[in-house]
Design a protein. Structure first.
Length: 461
């Protein structure tokens, strides 16, 4: 890429330097382990500590504040790469050649065109729907519209697939109803069909999110602009205005930063559905469902409410004092995995300052955020509580003209890359997810006919 001289690259490299100085955030090569199943691990509620699977897609180093995709440091990717290249990296496993990147970017741009899906989506009361529910609906409409296209594409590529038994995936269609034997079909197109669906989803979810943003405000969806990049089109199709080079670059970096993050709830949800051999569309739809919740994808919206509620820099100290005295959580701080500064927040902080300059919607909010960060770090830093990805992302999105209700859908747009990359990887050695449950209910109860039943007594609390 040719970003070396621009201001944003310098900001990212400065953030990277700071991270390495403060937490030594380089990924530790000793972390790489070959998993020998079965593994022994201590599991807490919510499967905390459980190892769901082995993965080569990405690594989160919570103790040192490190994040890497396929072994490449997130700061380097933000500084030197773009979202299309990162998608290729996540899905395929290595950085593309020039020709590969051109072909892949063209394909993603092509797949941004989903007029039939958008026409169907427009038949629903989108303006009254939760935008994440609308996105899930759109993903299911995509499934309906596009599985045939994936299949045709898979067929076209069939001839290119080798007949080496090792390259044939396990997950083929069951043959014969009696024994449901899984057939090893030569030149099986499923993997390519899935890859085509992954690319369609990476683009389609972006087009749908942009269309939903517009429909919520009474506008018609826009077709993508063939001259713009993926990030440029996300902004253009949302606002109807051609973004500047700087805005495009900021969006690009935000997309890269949100693309993948270990075995988080939405990734796990997507994998669980994929492990049943349901299609990729249904799996991504499950990921979107999981991301909808405020404990996962919705915190950045709440950060914006919080900053507006604080109102001024002078109010920060008394607000923090009162909030912590009431034992309330400060939105956008703390993380289950990072116990040091989240590397994504390190990059987003300067971008929030940059994208918000001169924007009415951001007026004064960055200064409040910066003062809040200082105050929380001095009070809670010793507990390992620092800004997380959601603290500054809302300010970045607002600076780019994205409305608050669309923050979580924009997060989903980026995360489709991680979900699909991990689905493709998992399906190579698929095993349906089936954890156990500890039964703690009643046993040996005798069935009582309805006429003889008494109302159950409720336990006093
Ligand atoms: C993300 C989060 C759920 C992680 O929680 P966790 O790893 O389970 O941490 P715990 O709930 O065990 O908290 C550990 C301690 O830090 C405190 N803490 C954690 N996050 C805090 C926050 N945002 N504000 C104030 N205190 C916080 C807890 O009160 C607890 O204190 P204690 O030990 O005195 O009881 C939590 O930090 C949080 O609720 N953050 C705010 C919401 C948010 O920003 N979510 C987006 C995450 S990307």
């Amino acid at each position: 890429m040719h970003f070396e001289s621009d201001r944003i690259t310098r900001l990212i490299l400065a953030a990277s330097k700071k991270a390495h100085r403060e937490t030594g955030a380089s990924p530790d090569s000793r972390i790489v382990k070959i998993v020998e199943w079965p593994v022994t691990c201590t599991v807490g509620p919510g499967l905390e500590g459980a190892i769901a699977c082995e993965s080569k897609v990405g690594y989160v180093n919570g103790a040192q504040g490190g994040l890497s995709y396929r072994g490449y440091d997130i700061f380097d990717l933000c500084a030197h790469s773009n979202y299309e290249e990162v998608c290729f990296l996540l899905l395929i496993g290595n950085l593309p050649s020039k020709a590969e990147l051109r072909g892949f970017s063209d394909k993603l741009r092509d797949y941004l065109h989903i007029p039939d899906v958008l026409r169907q989506l427009a038949g629903f009361p989108i303006e009254r729907m939760n935008p994440m529910a609308a996105l899930r609906l759109g993903t299911n409409l995509m499934r309906h519209e596009q599985t045939d296209l994936d299949f045709l594409r898979g067929k076209a590529d069939e001839a290119k697939i080798g007949t080496d038994e090792d390259s044939i995936p396990m997950e083929t269609l069951p043959r014969g109803e009696e024994h449901a034997i899984y057939e090893f079909r030569r030149r099986q197109p499923i993997r390519d069909r899935n890859l085509a669906a992954c690319c369609r989803l990476i683009s389609g979810v972006a087009s749908m999110a942009a269309a939903i943003a517009r429909m919520r405000e009474g506008h018609l969806p826009l077709a993508p602009d063939p001259e713009l990049s993926y990030a440029g089109n996300v902004l253009y199709m949302t606002s109807g205005e051609r973004p500047s080079a700087e805005e495009t670059r900021i969006m690009d970096v935000a997309l890269i930063l949100h693309a993948d993050h270990g075995m988080n709830a939405s990734t796990f949800a997507a994998l669980v559905v994929a492990s049943t051999l349901a299609d990729v569309y249904s799996s991504v739809s499950a990921g979107i469902g999981a991301l909808t919740g405020p404990l996962h994808g919705g915190a950045n919206e709440q950060v914006m409410h919080m900053l507006r509620g604080i109102g001024s820099v002078a109010n920060v100290k008394p607000w923090v004092k009162a909030t912590l005295a009431e034992k309330k959580r400060v939105m956008g701080f703390g993380h289950r995995v990072y116990k040091v500064y989240d590397p994504r927040a390190r990059v987003l902080a300067p971008l929030a300052a940059l994208s918000g300059r001169g924007k009415v919607a951001n007026k004064g909010l960055f200064q409040i955020a910066a003062a809040l960060e200082t105050e929380i770090a001095s009070r809670l830093g010793k507990k390992g509580i620092f800004p997380n990805v959601d603290f500054y992302s809302g300010l970045v999105y607002t600076g780019l003209g994205i409305s608050e209700r669309m923050f979580t859908p924009m997060f989903a747009v980026s995360r489709v890359a991680g979900w699909t990359a991990r689905i493709l990887e998992y399906l190579k050695n698929n095993r349906i997810f089936r954890p156990r449950v500890m039964y703690s209910g009643a046993v040996d109860r005798h069935y009582v006919p309805i006429a003889a039943r008494r109302p159950a007594r409720r336990k006093k609390r």
